[in-house]
Design a protein around this ligand. Structure first.
Ligand code: ZN
Length: 122
């Protein structure tokens, strides 16, 4: 069983090697979880809207470690401090999960790269 970046999990990662220094294991990259959220979000009891296009639903919730970001179809994205890992977990649905090589690929693949600006798909 390999890690997502194809390594043997027993072998530490070495980066930032400089001559004369012992290489140090690099920290593991934070796992990123992206979950579409078609319904409106009300983390403070009021429906949040996108500051760029005024959409009020059909979000992509992006969890990076303990931080949660909300991304709009117009590609506007912000950190939502009132949302936590619990909300992202609740929004997860049964079904196959996909892994993406890069954020850009994921945004394009899920339709959050700005192409569907002013459109609700969910
Ligand atoms: Zn927007």
């Amino acid at each position: 069983m390999n890690t997502p970046d194809g390594r043997d999990p027993e072998t530490p990662r070495y980066t930032n090697f400089r001559f004369g220094q012992d290489p140090q294991p690099a920290p593991e990259p934070a796992t990123v979880l992206a979950v579409p959220h078609p319904e409106p979000l009300m983390p403070r009891g009021i429906v949040i809207t996108c500051a760029a296009c005024e959409a009020n639903r059909d979000w992509l919730l992006i969890q990076v470690g303990p931080l949660v970001f909300v991304r709009c179809r117009c590609a506007h994205e912000w950190q939502e401090r009132d949302l936590g890992a619990g909300e992202v977990d609740t929004a997860r649905t049964e079904g196959p999960e996909r892994e993406w090589e890069t954020f850009e690929e994921m945004y394009r693949g899920l339709g959050y790269d700005g192409l569907f600006r002013m459109t609700y798909l969910g």
